[in-house]
Design a protein around this ligand. Structure first.
Ligand code: GTP
Ligand code: MG
Length: 174
């Protein structure tokens, strides 16, 4: 079964997105050899089932604690996974750093620019289309708690594909 890893920092809305995508078919587990738990579920995507994993929040791929270690191991154990990078739209630079790290490792990535309502209220304007053009991966604005953007997010998962980092540099150059 295809795997979709939900990754991002703590408190960006990964679990809300996870719950909305996976509905009720959820299994709580411990990662082998650890006590850090994570949640797995399933989602129907077209004709097939996709396994979704709510990975513990991590700041970067250089782990600073046990939960971050598990997050990085889960990524490393799933080389073929698609990674949904969930970013807080009001603090984009933090989330983008790890997203680029994940892209650099050759993963297919889709970005959820979550908390679009928070950014909007703070008058922070993030141009999802421009970010998408520069990075070359799907970028969708979402307000997970209200379900906004989630349909589009799901519909674009299959567009996620590995991107060569050099192409981003060329895109920035215009
Ligand atoms: N305003 C707003 N709140 C949101 C949104 N998405 C999630 N939240 C809230 O933000 C808080 C954190 O959401 P979680 O889904 O628990 O975050 P998480 O990324 O799973 O956090 P960790 O499990 O700690 O890594 C919760 O109180 C959510 O209800 C959003 O789009 N807008
Ligand atoms: Mg969570």
């Amino acid at each position: 079964m295809k795997k979709l890893l939900l990754m991002g920092q703590s408190n960006v809305g990964k679990s809300v997105i996870f719950n909305r995508l996976s509905g009720s078919s959820v299994i709580e587990s411990n990662y082998p050899g650890t006590t850090v738990d994570f949640t797995e579920g399933r989602m129907r995507l077209g004709d097939e089932w996709v396994e979704i994993v709510d990975v513990p929040g991590t700041f970067s791929l250089e782990p600073k604690d046990k939960a971050e270690e598990v997050a990085v191991r889960m990524l490393e154990d799933e080389k073929e996974a698609t990674v949904m990078c969930v970013i807080d739209s009001s603090k984009v630079e933090r989330g983008l750093y790890m997203t680029l790290e994940i892209m650099e490792r050759g993963y297919a990535v889709i970005i959820a620019l979550n908390m679009a309502d928070v950014a909007n209220n703070a008058n922070i304007k993030i141009n999802a289309e421009k970010l998408e053009r520069i990075l070359g991966v799907p970028v969708v604005s979402t307000v997970a708690t209200r379900g906004e953007g989630l349909k589009e997010l799901v519909s674009r998962i299959e567009e996620a594909a590995p991107v060569e980092i050099g192409s981003i540099i060329r895109n920035v150059g215009g």
